[in-house]
Design a protein around this ligand. Structure first.
Ligand SMILES: Nc1ncnc2c1ncn2[C@@H]1O[C@H](COP(=O)(O)OP(=O)(O)OP(=O)(O)O)[C@@H](O)[C@H]1O
Length: 407
C-alpha cells in the first residue's frame, strides 16, 4: 500500500502536544506527575523512559483523558484538551498497550477495523482499510485476516494492535510498552518495523518504555523520568553523551558510550576510498592499476554501478602476464560481497554487519550509488568524532575504551 510520504521530524517543527505545568496527585497523597512541561513536535516520536512507578503511564493517559490532571494544561494541536469531548479526542489519538486488548471473539480483520466501524464507515470500506493496515504492519491479510487472536504469536498480536491503532489514521499515537511482552529478538524486529512505518507515516508518537535501549533506538527525543519529574528531555545522542544529572547518567548506564553507537550515524567523511573497478574491466589492466596504486584489493561494481564485491590484486595478477595480455575480465576473478549499509545507518549496525559477514570493510551506499567503505579504523574514528562533539561532557577515553577494544 502506498501512503502519502511526509518529511521526517526536525527540531523546530510545529508543536502537536504541549504539556504546561501538568501535575497529577491522587487522594492518598501520591504525586504521580509533578509540574510537567514539555512539547512534542508534529511527526516527532518521543520516548518516555524511567523506572517503574515514575509517572510515564499517567503522563500518557492524561493525553487521551483516561486520567485528568490535578492542575496544568495539555494542548493538542493548539487546543486545550480539557475543552474537547473525550470520545472525540480519542478518535484523534491511536492507543497501543502492552496487553494489546484485542477482542478474542473477533477476527484479526474485524479487530483492526474496530475504530473505522465505530466511526460509522461502511463495512466494506472499513475492512478494506483494515486489510491495508495489516499489510502495512507485515501481516498478509489473506493469511491472517480471518484468524482469531489466540491463533497468533505474541509478536503478531502486537502488530495487529499497531494496525488497529492506525486504522482511522489518527495524527497522534500513544504507545504504552507496546513491545514489552515479547522476547528480545521479536522485540527488536518489531522496533525495526515500527521505525520503517514511522519513516513513512510520521505520526506524532508518545512511546512509554522501561528500556533505555528501546528509548534510544526509537526516539527523536527522550524524556528521562525520575519520580514524577522529567530529569532530561533531549535527543538520544545528547542524553547519552551529556547526561543532565547524575541520576540520568546512572539511568542510561555506564556503557553509554556503547549505546551511542546506536545513535551515531555513518557520515560521508567516515568513509575510505579503495580503488574501484568494474566487472567488465580488463583483468590485467585492473591488476596493473592496483599495483601502481599499491592497493591489495579493489571494490568491484557491476555495469550499472551497483556493488558486486571485491577482487584482490594477487587474484587479478594470477594468470595474466601484463597489460593487454590474456586474463579475461575482472568478473572472472571477482568475489561476491554483499555487505553494505546505507549512508546514515548507525555505527552499531555497521559493527554488527561487519561481524555478521566477518568482513574487514563494509560498502556504504546512497540508494544504489557506491560511496566508499567503512573499515574498523574508520569506525573508531567516527566514534571519536561523535564523542568530541559533546563539548567535554564525556571523557573521550571512556568511550574509546568501552566501545573499541584494541586488537
Ligand atoms: N489510582 C491511583 N491511586 C494512587 N496512586 C496511583 C494511582 N495510579 C497510579 N498511582 C501511582 O502513581 C505513580 C505513577 O504511576 P504510573 O503508572 O504513571 O507509573 P509508570 O512510570 O507508568 O510505571 P510502570 O512502568 O510500572 O508502568 C506510581 O507511584 C503509582 O503507584
Amino acid at each position: 500500500m502506498r501512503l502519502p510520504g511526509r518529511r521526517p521530524f526536525t527540531l523546530g517543527d510545529p508543536t502537536m502536544i504541549r504539556f504546561e505545568h501538568v501535575t497529577k496527585s491522587y487522594a492518598d497523597g501520591t504525586t504521580a506527575v509533578d509540574d510537567l512541561s514539555f512539547e512534542v513536535g508534529e511527526g516527532e516520536l518521543v520516548t518516555l523512559v524511567g523506572p517503574s512507578g515514575c509517572g510515564k503511564t499517567t503522563t500518557m493517559k492524561m493525553v487521551n483523558r483516561l486520567i485528568e490532571p490535578t492542575s496544568g494544561h495539555i494542548y493538542l494541536d493548539g487546543e486545550d484538551i480539557s475543552a474537547i469531548d473525550p470520545v472525540e479526542l480519542r478518535r484523534r489519538i491511536g492507543y497501543v498497550i502492552q496487553q494489546v486488548g484485542l477482542f478474542p471473539h473477533k477476527t484479526v480483520l474485524d479487530n483492526t477495523a474496530t475504530v473505522p466501524h465505530l466511526l460509522g464507515w461502511q463495512r466494506k470500506k472499513a475492512r478494506d482499510r483494515a486489510a491495508e493496515l495489516l499489510d502495512l504492519v507485515g501481516l498478509d491479510p489473506a493469511q491472517y485476516g480471518d484468524r482469531y487472536p489466540e491463533q497468533l504469536s505474541g509478536g503478531q498480536r502486537q502488530r495487529v494492535g499497531v494496525a488497529r491503532a492506525l486504522a482511522a489514521d489518527p495524527p497522534v499515537l500513544l504507545m504504552d510498552e507496546p513491545f514489552g511482552a515479547v522476547d528480545p529478538v521479536v522485540r527488536e524486529h518489531l522496533q525495526t518495523e515500527f521505525l520503517r512505518l514511522q519513516s513513512t507515516l510520521h505520526k506524532t508518537v508518545l512511546f512509554v518504555t522501561h528500556d533505555i535501549e528501546e528509548a534510544v533506538r526509537l526516539g527523536d527525543r527522550i524524556a528521562v523520568y525520575g519520580a514524577g519529574r522529567v530529569e532530561q528531555f533531549d535527543t538520544p545522542a545528547t542524553v547519552l553523551g551529556a547526561p543532565a544529572t547524575p541520576y540520568v547518567a546512572e539511568f542510561v548506564g555506564a556503557d553509554r558510550g556503547l549505546k551511542r553507537l546506536s545513535v551515531t550515524p555513518i557520515e560521508i567523511g567516515d568513509l575510505e576510498q579503495p580503488p574501484v573497478v568494474r566487472l567488465d574491466d580488463h583483468a590485467a589492466r585492473a591488476a596493473a592499476r592496483l599495483a601502481e596504486e599499491g592497493a591489495a584489493w579493489a571494490v568491484v561494481l557491476d555495469a550499472d554501478g551497483s556493488l558486486h564485491g571485491w577482487v584482490s590484486g594477487a587474484g587479478l595478477a594470477a594468470g595474466t602476464s601484463g597489460p593487454g595480455e590474456a586474463g579475461g575480465e575482472v568478473r572472472d576473478h571477482a568475489r561476491r560481497m554483499d555487505a553494505w549499509l546505507p549512508l546514515g545507518a548507525p555505527l552499531k549496525q555497521a559493527f554488527s554487519t561487519m561481524l555478521q559477514h566477518d568482513a574487514g570493510w563494509i560498502a556504504v551506499l546512497d540508494g544504489e550509488r557506491f560511496l566508499g567503505v567503512l573499515t574498523p579504523a574508520a569506525l573508531h574514528a567516527a566514534l571519536r568524532r561523535s564523542t568530541a562533539a559533546d563539548a567535554g561532557h564525556v571523557q573521550r577515553e571512556d568511550v574509546v575504551v568501552e566501545s573499541v577494544p584494541s586488537a
